[in-house]
Design a protein around this ligand. Structure first.
Ligand code: HEM
Length: 217
């Protein structure tokens, strides 16, 4: 191939990649961002009785909805890598940080509802709950881990922490396990829903272990 044709081809490829990247940044990312906000908007509009109602125990309902969405976003963030590896859709990686930050957002709102509406900021009751109710202790530990990941999720922090960044962000596996455990523990009878979360998590972690095992062989 003549040098000029080769140069043109690489220019065309570069322009295509740039176009795809700006499409992701300016079209798809804002759309996914809005979609991720919908559960929170629905809680608000249900509380205002525009789209529905919150039921007999509104505080519990709001807290449960945020908790569930927190867990779903943790699992969604964990799904990115297997889905990318199986499908070859490398662009999926560009959405992982957003999904992780939305997990943090929903877990924070879940925690804030508990702190402000359930405990009414009563310090003694808060500490007692965290220390004496194991499922709260587990949830709180998961929140602290998520906080450390959200706080170091920027590119600048990634560069600064180097290899330690990946080690820290691998805590998402532990957060997933703690989140499912936290849910399972506070369920009284019907474990069907936590069982679904546990199965999805087991599949996602199992896939990673299987990849590691295959690589090592
Ligand atoms: C990664 C962190 C967390 C996740 C993924 C999570 C998720 C969940 C889920 C899925 C539920 C069950 C909702 C339902 O019954 O449908 C729940 C319940 C609950 N969570 Fe969390 N949670 C987390 C952290 C916390 C923290 C930090 C606190 C408070 C310190 C907390 C307090 C509670 C309480 C009190 C309930 C029971 C609510 C009720 O009475 O129905 N959670 N959580």
């Amino acid at each position: 191939m003549p040098a000029s044709t080769c140069g043109e081809t690489s220019k065309t490829t570069a322009a295509f990649t740039l176009n795809a990247l700006s499409q992701i940044r300016f079209v798809w990312k804002p759309l996914v961002f809005i979609a991720c906000l919908i559960p929170a908007i629905l809680v608000l509009t249900d509380a205002l009785e525009i789209t529905g109602r919150l039921g007999a125990n509104p505080i519990e309902e709001i807290q449960d909805r945020f908790g569930n969405w927190g867990l779903r976003f943790i699992l969604a963030a964990l799904t990115v890598t297997p889905l990318r590896q199986l499908s070859g859709w490398n662009w999926l990686t560009r959405f992982r940080r957003m999904l992780g930050l939305f997990a943090f957002f929903y877990v924070c709102t879940h925690f804030l509802v508990w702190l402000l509406l359930d405990q009414r900021l009563l310090m003694s009751a808060i500490l007692e709950d965290i220390v004496e109710r194991p499922f709260i202790t587990i949830g709180f530990t998961a929140l602290l881990l998520l906080l450390s990941m959200a706080g170091t999720s920027t590119l600048a922090m990634r560069r600064r922490l180097g290899r330690r960044w990946q080690q820290l962000h691998n805590s998402i596996y532990i957060v997933g396990m703690l989140g499912v455990w936290h849910y399972w523990w506070q369920v009284k009878l019907d474990v069907r829903e936590p069982l679904i979360y546990a199965s999805v998590l087991a599949a996602l972690l199992g896939y990673r272990l299987w990849r590691r095992f295959r690589k090592s062989r």
